[in-house]
Write a new protein. Structure first.
Length: 343
């Protein structure tokens, strides 16, 4: 070392504050300790980075005392630490929806697991009837498995204008365990989407269909005026004569126009997806008992999106303070009716 450099170092030691010298000595010792950890390259740890971030604030000429890394690296460490600090800092007024309780999350998961055919809008309506106001997107987030419901077809103008005075009817088939075919006759009232009647037979005839119509429409003044049906040959002269005796005006759909009887097609799809596709029918009596149990659940308990989440027969909204939520099994547990237990 030249005499000039030695002289400058002595002058610097005389005039520089003792605090700065101690900090500079500490910085050099820290770098020596880092050097001793590795053979070829210094191994830096988080505590080393934190110490140099603090040294940058305390030591005036920290760039001159820094030997193992560049000053830009220390500045990058500081910016990264600043971002981490603010990301971990609690925000008292976060925008968005308020969080829901763990108990409600558990109830959403329970409903989605116990009812395989239910989607987020269906669970949301069921929760609304139990006193919980929650969005369908929140329900979908906490469901065990998300499902998407298909949209229905367009509404027919005539039925929309005569909504509460119209009934629709149609047939669908159900295979049995013995590889036979059973025919189910469904009568639906369009006003409240209420299923008026279901009948099961292995040999459908016009006489049998006329008797089912009498059971579905007893003939009182409150019953609808218009009857919508397709052009199936089973609706023969006997069926038409019975409809006239009941003072019902028949509205026959066009050929190959299922959309003109879309409401009955929709309820038949519901009966298939939520009932007959999940059971094995043994006989007419067995299938009739299954369908009647489901119809009681459909009319009295099942929320309907077309009725703003209400059931066809009407269902009162229960307060969340009335008691715990209990589930009543329907069709052996295929569906559940949820209600509040009395405190």
């Amino acid at each position: 070392m030249s005499p000039t450099v030695c002289l400058l170092a002595m002058l610097r030691a005389v005039f520089v504050e003792r605090r700065q010298l101690l900090l500079e000595n500490l910085a050099l010792r820290q770098q020596v300790a880092v050097r001793r950890r590795g053979v070829k390259r210094a191994r830096l740890e988080d505590r080393d980075r934190i110490s140099w971030i603090g040294m940058r604030r305390l030591l005036t000429n920290w760039q001159q005392a820094l030997l193992i890394v560049k000053p830009e690296t220390v500045l990058r460490w500081h910016r990264k630490g600043w971002r981490y600090w603010w990301s971990r800092k609690p925000k008292p007024h976060q925008p968005g929806r308020p969080p829901i309780s763990f108990k409600l999350i558990h109830l959403i998961r329970r409903m989605s697991m116990e009812n395989a055919t239910w989607g987020a809008p269906r669970i949301r309506d069921e929760l609304a009837l139990l006193g919980h106001e929650v969005a369908a997107s929140t329900v979908a987030r906490y469901m065990v498995k998300a499902r998407h419901l298909k949209r229905g077809q367009a509404w027919m103008t005539f039925i929309r204008n005569h909504l509460h005075r119209t009934v629709v009817c149609d047939f669908f088939t159900v295979p049995t365990l013995a590889f036979k075919t059973l025919y189910v006759f469904v009568v639906l009232r369009r006003g409240r989407r209420r299923i008026l009647h279901v009948g099961v037979t292995a040999n459908p005839t016009a006489d049998w269909a006329a008797r089912q119509l009498v059971e579905a429409l007893p003939g009182n003044g409150d019953m609808p005026t218009f009857l919508v049906r397709d052009r199936d040959s089973i609706y023969g002269h006997v069926f038409q004569r019975q409809a006239r005796l009941l003072d019902r005006c028949e509205m026959v759909t066009q050929y190959q126009s299922l959309w003109q009887n879309a409401y009955c097609e929709r309820v038949i799809g519901t009966l298939r997806r939520e009932c007959t596709d999940h059971v094995l029918s043994m006989s007419e009596r067995h299938l009739t008992a299954i369908l009647r149990e489901y119809v009681r659940y459909y009319n009295g308990d099942r929320p309907h999106q077309g009725l703003d989440g209400d059931a066809p027969d009407g269902r009162a909204v229960e307060s969340e303070h009335e008691g715990d939520v209990i589930g009543v099994r329907v069709l052996g547990g295929l569906h559940h009716r949820y209600t509040r237990a009395a405190a």
